[in-house]
Design a protein around this ligand. Structure first.
Ligand code: ATP
Length: 250
């Protein structure tokens, strides 16, 4: 029997009368790329926040490789091998692209902020950063301030920073939001190639159904905090009732 990398069981959280997560139960297996879709307010970001320690559920369990993570702080969940990128990239805009990755690596090494600057450009760390930037097609931009990157580049850099920490599971909140239509597929091609090469399992929230169809191996549909459907993208997204629930259109 295959061992799940992630087990979510009966996960429940309300904000007042709103069910942001209602008895969510799902198993994710190594190598899967799970697209998470649903209308605005369905609970997609809440789901990622519950898995990564940013929110604590009222009820339920989240296990990573069998280990319970509910109650851990986000940095402790990261240390176990669960990476996270954000809808709005969390970058240091005045630092260079390379320095952003170096900072992510330095924080993982738990150096204090005061002792951090001198060794930031340590050769071994720069080598790791440059390997990741090469994988993400950003090495040519390494010396530019991150603030000068176009939106697609910023999104990729945010994922690259999470990726540099060598997660086994990577959760991405709308990796293509704000990215132009022509740039979207290039961003996803780069991302998915990096994930495949490193054997990283992923979950990504996405509003663009074409992106989900092309890049997800499985799709999870959330609606009012509940799982409405879970299956192969072609089948799930071709169901007219589900399309209506997700997009509001037939
Ligand atoms: P979107 O596609 O718009 O980003 P989403 O599917 O990610 O939406 P969530 O952000 O998870 O949805 O929100 C689920 C529900 O919980 C929404 O009704 C939202 O308003 C509510 N909610 C989320 N966070 C909080 C909070 N901190 N306090 C109160 N309500 C919240």
């Amino acid at each position: 029997m295959r061992t799940p990398i992630l087990e979510v069981e009966d996960l429940t959280l309300h904000f007042g009368s709103i069910a942001a997560a209602e008895r969510v139960t799902v198993l994710v297996y190594p190598g899967e790329r799970v697209g998470i879709v649903g209308p605005n307010g369905a609970g997609k970001t809440t789901f990622l926040n519950l898995i990564t320690g940013y929110l604590r559920p009222e009820r339920g369990a989240v296990r990573f490789w069998g280990q319970e993570v509910v109650g851990l702080q986000p940095h402790q969940v990261t240390a176990l091998g669960v990476g996270r990128s954000f809808q709005i990239p969390q970058l240091f805009l005045t630092l260079t692209v390379r320095e952003n990755v170096l900072v992510a690596l330095a924080i993982r090494e738990r150096r204090g902020w005061t002792s951090f600057w001198k060794p930031l450009h340590e050769a071994s760390r720069v080598q790791v950063a440059d390997e990741v930037l090469l994988q993400f097609g950003l090495l040519g931009q390494a010396d530019r301030p991150a603030g000068e990157l176009p939106e697609g580049g910023r999104k990729l850099l945010d994922v690259a920073m999470a990726f540099a920490l060598r997660p086994r599971l990577l959760l991405m909140d709308e990796p293509t939001s704000g990215v132009s239509a022509q740039e979207k597929f290039r961003v996803m091609d780069t991302l998915v190639a990096a994930l495949q090469e490193a054997g990283v399992t992923s979950l990504f929230v996405e509003h663009d159904m074409e992106v989900v169809r092309r890049y997800a191996t499985r799709v999870l549909v959330l609606h009012n905090g509940r799982i409405l459907a879970d299956g192969v993208p072609g089948e799930v997204l071709d169901d007219p009732e589900i399309r209506l629930a997700v997009t509001g259109r037939r």
